[in-house]
Design a protein around this ligand. Sequence first.
Ligand code: ATP
Length: 201
Amino acid sequence: MKLGLFGGSFDPIHQGHVVPVRAARQALGLDRVLYLVTAKPPHKPRRALAPPLARHAMVEMALLGEEGLFASPYEMMLDRPAYTIETLEHFQRAEPAAELHLLIGGDSFADLHLWYRWRDIPAVARLVVLPRPGWDLDTRVLHPEIAALAATDRVILLREPPPLDVSSTRLRELFARGEQPPAGQVSDLVIRYVQKYDLYR
Ligand code: ATP
């Protein structure tokens, strides 16, 4: 069984979190991909996030029509920052037969050397790097250890589909101004949920 794990704050989830993951699942034959909504992201300690339950609900809504993509409450239920290596070790224990694949955007992969126990990650999971605008890893100067890792078979750099130029930060700014996101960037259900609860105003 091939299991994909995709962590993030998803504040809010957008199509840049869905389209490349759908493509990665098909390209790599992943049986399931679990979206791990991080309650307390170790990398973003200062910013106030929308409540974890609201972010989880939005992930569920955005993935309703997506075969094989699921929201997981695992990281959200921890009452401490979730470190990716520890999450991977949890799923390794819970699903010993699974081949784990960690999906991450190109921007996050370039910062991997800043993550807690990052050198342990490739032994537990293959890394699947999703294309993101501005993060062409063929031309970027990467930290030397990350560049060396990228050249191994523990890392799969996906080149398709063309990256979507969308970020949660920009969407929060739009919602805060009472504006609608450009068509196709956010699922309609998520837009309605954000507006119903005034999540970003
Ligand atoms: P923020 O703007 O709040 O920092 P974000 O849009 O980067 O958020 P996160 O929830 O932090 O979203 O991202 C979760 C994962 O999704 C990360 O691995 C990130 O690199 C990846 N990701 C986010 N946006 C895109 C995108 N447009 N294309 C590909 N990967 C993306």
